[in-house]
Design a protein around this ligand. Structure first.
Ligand code: NAD
Length: 484
């Protein structure tokens, strides 16, 4: 018999310990060969002063096992606590979040009986980079970061996943009609990588109408890949409309480490009552078994779970009079699944993991950084200002030098000078673009920008932030102001 695979296990808070026990009971009865290293995470750790919610030596365990089965935790109210999930994802580079959302019609109520969607969410970048600032009394800012290597990884993962699991189509959602550089890059890379996977269909939707379509006709989608924020929101929507967020499991995959969990939280009001549905964590654990090469155990346990659902043995959250046969608690549900090991569902589609990928899905060609020529052509200087915009322009215009001109002033992205609309509402910070005139073929220097900032300060204006304006092989790497 093959040797046991070391995994790190955390029982979490609220319903966490109950659903973890139930999950481990089922998979170990199915024959999972696991060497469990238990660590403490969540409320107890936060209250001991570990602001990341995890005992400090737990990272050693994760570093050695590289596989983490994690129950939900309760995040204490109040400031200063860091999200354990975000910390773990970032520390271990878990860039792909995989959430299969499948309907179990007619056994679990859903308006979408044919739904079978896998959401592949980018997990490290976008608005979740956690870079936020308050600039002025009026304005807060959060940076949205999309990188080429980060996007190549997640998009390639989505196509590799589709190929490995026999799926036909990968869809990409972005908002690149508005965010032309960030979401535009995500879409562009999607098109580049899609061209390498001729066996798989591909399509792109603008996220707003795509989300509406996903909520209305989820059966039109197969694998959907998205930047972090859209993926976070839409994977919950997808899980909910498939039947219940309580039923969805999730895998967070990195090159050297992976974390498996339920998508729901610790449901503190249901804790300790043997009520919770362990299915979300269990389905996360199924993904884990496939990941660690115990696909045959995953198949046995998953089919027994499907048979249990089909037999109408349901926890309270999915129990429905007339459809369900028996309302059970967490432990009884686990026992019912164990009793069905070796059986397959008759109406629901059974799973077959015999062709599950043997190689890691994270293999990919090395990242090649392009050799585009980067040239500094100006700066957007954000200036705290509450007086009239024309007065700001009058103050700044004479300060432009070294070939740069004051090209425009915008407020919340809308051009307000020159030729602004009197009706445009303004806040107390304006973006002032000093740039070498477009098409001149010239560039500027950091010294020239520093001298400009010094003149701005001496003139009594306060800059709160600066963004360099760069051309790449002569093409602007920055957006124009709305109305420019
Ligand atoms: P929740 O997901 O815990 O609960 C939402 C609703 O779903 C509740 O009515 C709950 O009773 C029900 N529910 C959830 N899981 C269930 C299950 N397995 N079986 C039956 N019913 C279930 O969300 P919440 O109430 O917003 O959050 C509670 C706590 O969980 C918070 O402290 C939050 O920060 C935390 N949380 C943790 C994670 C995580 O650790 N990954 C994720 C989300 C929320």
């Amino acid at each position: 018999m093959a040797s046991a695979t070391p995994i790190t296990v955390a029982y979490g808070d609220g319903i966490g310990p109950e659903i973890m026990e139930a999950t481990l009971h089922i998979i170990e009865e199915a024959g999972a060969r696991l060497e469990k290293h238990v660590i403490e995470i969540g409320e107890k750790q936060y209250l001991k002063g570990n602001m990341a919610g995890i005992e400090p030596n737990a990272f050693e365990s994760l570093r050695s096992t590289r596989v983490f089965l994690k129950a939900p935790i309760t995040t204490p109210q109040g400031g200063g606590f860091k999200s354990l999930n975000v910390t773990t994802r970032k520390a271990f580079g878990l860039y792909a979040n995989i959430r299969p959302c499948l309907s179990y019609d007619p056994f679990i109520r859903t308006k979408h009986p044919k739904m079978d969607v896998v959401i592949v969410r980018e997990n490290e970048e976008d608005l979740y980079a956690g870079i936020e600032h308050r600039h002025t009394i009026d304005v807060m800012q959060c940076l949205k970061l999309i990188s080429r290597p980060g996007t190549e990884k997640i998009v390639r993962y989505a196509f590799e996943y589709a190929r490995a699991y026999g799926r036909k189509k990968v869809t990409c959602f972005t908002k690149d009609n508005i965010m032309k550089l960030t979401d535009g890059l995500f879409h562009k890379i999607f098109d580049e990588i899609a061209a390498e996977y001729k066996d798989i269909e591909n399509e792109h939707w603008i996220v707003d109408i795509g989300a509406a379509k996903l909520a209305d006709t989820p059966e039109a989608f197969d694998v959907v890949v998205m930047p972090n924020l859209y993926g976070d929101i839409l994977s919950d929507v997808a899980a909910q409309i498939a039947g219940s967020v309580g039923l969805a499991g999730s895998a967070n995959i990195g090159d050297g480490c992976a974390m498996f969990e339920a998508i729901h939280g610790s449901a503190p009001r249901r804790a300790g009552q043997n009520l919770a549905n362990p299915s979300g964590l269990f389905l996360g654990a199924i993904q884990m078994l496939v990941h660690i090469g115990q696909a045959e155990i995953a198949e046995l346990a998953h089919n027994a779970w499907l048979k249990t659902i089909e037999d109408g043995v349901h926890t309270y959250d999915i129990f429905k009079e007339g459809v369900s046969k028996e309302k059970v608690g967490t432990k009884e549900f686990a026992k019912a699944v164990v009793a069905r090991l070796g059986k397959k569902p008759e109406i629901l589609r059974s799973v077959n993991y015999s062709n599950a990928p043997k190689r890691p899905l994270t293999t990919r060609p090395p990242y090649v950084r392009s050799s585009e020529k980067r040239e500094l052509v100006g700066a957007d200087v954000f200036i705290a200002w509450t007086d009239k915009i024309d007065a700001l322009a009058a103050k700044l215009q004479p300060l432009a030098a070294d070939g740069m001109v004051l090209e425009m002033i915008s407020n919340r992205g809308m051009k307000v000078w020159p030729d602004g609309f009197a009706e445009t509402f303004t806040v107390d910070v304006s973006r002032c673009r000093f740039a070498i005139p477009e098409g001149s073929g010239k560039s500027t220097t950091h010294d020239a920008i520093l001298a400009l900032l010094s003149r701005i300060t001496k003139a009594g204006a306060e800059f709160v932030k600066l963004e360099g304006l760069y051309n790449f092989d002569g093409k602007p790497g920055f957006s124009r102001g709305q109305g420019q």
